[in-house]
Design a protein around this ligand. Structure first.
Ligand code: BTN
Length: 289
């Protein structure tokens, strides 16, 4: 498909008012987050989306890279201009996670457990689609999506927020992942047991869901409107977690997120500590999730 065909395919599927209505597609770019920053400087409107088939300098969180081969995955970044205090911007990342998790859950294969066996009509168990707080999407216990949110300020006010979403979609074997992430990473196709997934359809569905959640957040000012649904998808809810806080590690029970997107962790002395996303990471006691 040509660049225009891919753009039109996404456009034709969109049901949004403004998300991704301004759409840029790149066969190859350094990083879609960098493209969006440049577009923002040139005056691009809220909801502008940059999508690439391949990135040569994909950025992950904490200064890491994001492996971005061509022909199989989704790399996209969204431009937002929310009129909210800068301290509230981290909540947008959880909204993006909800939109991706919701779009993945909408796949027919996610509820039937992969392609049904046509000879017997029997299908597997429904896919285990979770969010690892705050914003990794984990399917079958392995990370399939990461989100990198960056913010530009004008003094104390938000100039723009850039939400970068990377999804491993169509790798069909875990051998395709570099050795250092082979244990913890996977793709939707592998974990859902599907054939090739239509990336355009998935992008459009994520944008539809994101717009709904984001508009609600801007009205509400916090995440109380989606707390229950988020907790429903939260990996390890009610289980033991270890909080890797640079000021000192501790363990406790995960009690879900609060209305500001903080993870509530109940320690042994029954104190509930709100954990802020950022430099802190949270692990289950056993393994990555
Ligand atoms: C993570 O480390 O979990 C976040 C990874 C975010 C990767 C995406 S891919 C699209 C966008 N462009 C980038 O350079 N990074 C984000």
């Amino acid at each position: 498909m040509s660049q225009d065909d891919i753009k039109n395919d996404i456009m034709n599927r969109l049901r949004t008012d403004y998300m991704a209505r301004s759409l840029y597609y790149y066969d190859k770019t350094d990083s879609t987050n960098l493209r969006i920053r440049q577009l923002a400087e040139e005056g691009a409107p809220e909801g502008t989306l940059a999508v690439a088939d391949m990135q040569t300098a994909g950025k992950g969180r904490r200064g890491r890279g994001w492996i971005s081969p061509s022909g199989m995955n989704i790399y996209m970044s969204l431009l937002l201009k929310p009129a909210i205090p800068a301290s509230d911007a981290s909540m947008i990342t959880l909204i993006a996670a909800m939109a991706v998790a919701g779009a993945v859950r909408d796949f027919p294969e996610a509820s039937t457990g992969g392609m049904a066996d046509t000879s017997t009509g029997v299908s597997g168990t429904p896919a285990d689609i979770k969010i690892k707080w705050p914003n990794d999407i984990v399917v079958g216990g392995r990370k399939v999506c990461g989100i990198l949110t960056e913010m530009d300020l004008d003094g104390e006010a938000i100039r723009d927020v850039i939400v970068g979403i990377g999804i491993n979609v169509n790798q069909d074997s875990r051998e395709e992942f570099p050795e250092e992430i082979r244990e913890t990473a996977s793709s939707l196709r592998i974990e859902l047991g599907t054939g090739e997934i239509d990336r355009g359809a998935l992008i459009a569905r994520i944008m539809d869901l994101f717009e709904k959640e984001y508009d609600e957040f801007i009205k509400c000012g916090d995440l109380s409107f989606m707390k229950e649904r988020y907790d429903d998808m939260l990996a390890g809810l009610g289980g033991q977690v270890r909080v890797l806080d640079p000021k000192g590690e501790y363990t406790g029970m995960s009690r879900g997120m609060d209305e500001r997107g903080r993870l509530l962790v109940e320690t042994d002395d029954k104190t509930v500590r709100p954990v802020y996303a950022g430099e802190v990471s949270v692990r289950g006691l056993y393994g990555y999730v």
